[in-house]
Design a protein around this ligand. Structure first.
Ligand code: AMP
Ligand code: ZN
Length: 462
């Protein structure tokens, strides 16, 4: 077994990964707030989560991985300011927040399926865990880490030996240099709401020891992590934006609850930028999977694009880079196919050497650009061999391009039908719907059913 190394935000070092229990790795990932479609930046976070899962599985580990779905309590600003994102969305779409959550959770799960993201074993919705959250708050209160105002129970961060272990912040400095508006009810600027009394017209609220309330955003991750993974688990993931508030507060809550930092390794994925700037609606540069599909980029191209950078580096999204990723994906599929049809022999030592290099790369804090460079070496080899094809399939357990099923679909059909499918995919990519429909009719006439999928046209014999 090869060692695995992760950069741990908690210790600010790359460290060897030592699980609590070799038989099962326990992971918690902060999931989406389901108030809108996930954009390609959000999806980078889940592609990173997917690679982490695949790398651990490739190393032979079993996983127990929890991802939450935030469907209540996440205010517009991460630090308890503004309106609940769900309620704001409900107003925008003239629906109730439960309908919003249902719709966008479904859309999110479809997106991650399209990206072939390996789903965590447990996907847990915040609103399904209100009793667990209430119990969690009660224990923090019992342990003396809170104070209450008329309408809110706050976590008192000054009660901790140290608040801010991830980002190394000091409460005093925060006060002095604070730019955020200071909520006058709080004793310290870093204090945060655990449990909040709901105003009368608030739809998402639950009867509790403190009246009709709703939970603060950070609470769900502590309560659900604790429920499924216990007081101390192996890995916690999220985006870098979670470091200074959300994850600090999760750690604070767990310290207040049981005196332990909940996870041993904290992994954070850097942001995706678009043309060098932040993605935002106002800059009109916010893209979803559907937007990409409409522009002729199947979801696997985004996966390929993401592998051009390590998860700890910022990545800059441009359509030129997506075009290169499109070409690369085609090269990978065609290269795999050529090896699959190859007849030459490859020495076992050579295969082993490739395997070793690949494992070294992925175990070095998920270094996918290096892992892909090894893949390209194999694709480029003038020797065409089934052994290489098998090796690529083995690597695909980590890469997640689903090479085999793609190729099976491509090669099991008569050449004439394959050609029609290629032409139809091309027509669809160019938004030539008339041509696409014309080819569909020909395929149907020839005895095939026609469906559109993430990988283009899929046909079946009627
Ligand atoms: P949210 O749904 O807003 O809670 O965000 C879901 C996840 O997406 C979080 O892990 C964020 O850190 C992450 N995220 C948001 N914007 C970006 C971005 N531009 N690049 C990468 N990750 C992002
Ligand atoms: Zn979280």
């Amino acid at each position: 077994m090869k060692k695995i190394f992760f950069y741990n935000t908690l210790t600010r070092k790359k460290e060897e990964f030592k699980p609590n229990d070799e038989n099962e790795i326990k992971i918690y990932s902060c999931g989406p707030t389901v108030y809108y479609f996930a954009h390609i930046g959000n999806l980078r976070a889940y592609l990173f989560m997917d690679t982490l899962r695949r790398v651990l599985k490739y190393n032979g580990y079993k996983l127990k991985h929890v991802m939450n779905i935030t469907d209540v309590g996440h205010l517009v600003s991460d630090s308890d300011e503004g309106e609940d994102k769900m309620l704001k969305a409900a107003r925008r779409e003239n629906k109730n927040p439960y309908e919003i959550a249902e719709f966008y959770m479904d859309a999110f799960l479809k997106d991650i399926d399209k990206l072939n993201i390996d789903r965590p074993e447990i996907i847990a919705r915040a609103t399904d865990h209100i009793p667990e959250m209430e119990e969690y708050v009660k224990k923090i209160i019992e342990n003396g880490y809170t104070y209450q105002t008329n309408d809110t129970i706050y976590f008192d961060t000054s009660k901790l030996k140290k608040y801010g272990v991830l980002s190394n912040i000091k409460i005093k400095d925060q006060k002095a240099g604070a730019r955020v508006e200071f909520d006058q009810n709080k004793k310290n600027i870093t204090d945060f709401a655990l449990w909040i009394k709901a105003p009368k017209n608030h739809i998402m609220k639950w009867n509790s020891f403190f009246g009709e309330c709703y939970p603060g955003w950070h609470l769900e991750c502590s309560a659900m992590g604790h429920k499924y993974l216990g007081e101390n688990f192996d890995i916690h993931t999220g985006g870098i934006d979670h470091i200074p508030i959300h994850h600090e507060n999760e750690i604070a809550q767990a310290m207040g609850y049981c005196g332990e930092i909940p996870a041993n390794y904290w992994l954070h994925v850097e942001f995706l930028q678009v043309n060098g700037s932040k993605m935002s609606k106002s800059l009109n540069n916010l893209y979803t999977i559907l937007d990409l599909e409409e522009k002729g980029y199947e979801p696997s191209i985004l996966r390929m694009f993401n592998f051009t950078s390590t998860y700890r580096a910022q990545i800059n999204f441009t359509f030129e880079a997506m075009d290169s990723a499109k070409v690369a994906l085609k090269r990978l599929r065609e290269g795999y196919l050529k090896h699959k049809e190859g007849t030459e022999e490859v020495l076992k030592t050579e295969i082993d050497e490739y395997k070793d290099r690949f494992l070294e790369a992925i175990n070095d804090d998920l270094n996918m650009p290096v892992a892909m460079s090894i893949v390209w070496d194999i694709i480029k080899s003038p020797k065409k061999s089934k052994d290489y094809a098998e090796l690529l399939l083995d690597f695909d357990r980590v890469l997640g391009f689903d090479l085999d099923s793609y190729v099976k679909q491509e090669t099991s059909l008569p050449e004439e039908i394959q050609k029609l499918i290629r032409e139809r995919n091309e027509a669809r990519a160019n938004k030539n719907w008339v041509e696409s429909d014309r080819i569909r009719d020909i395929l149907i006439e020839k005895g095939y059913t026609v469906k559109d999928s993430k990988d283009g046209t899929i046909v079946d014999i009627i």
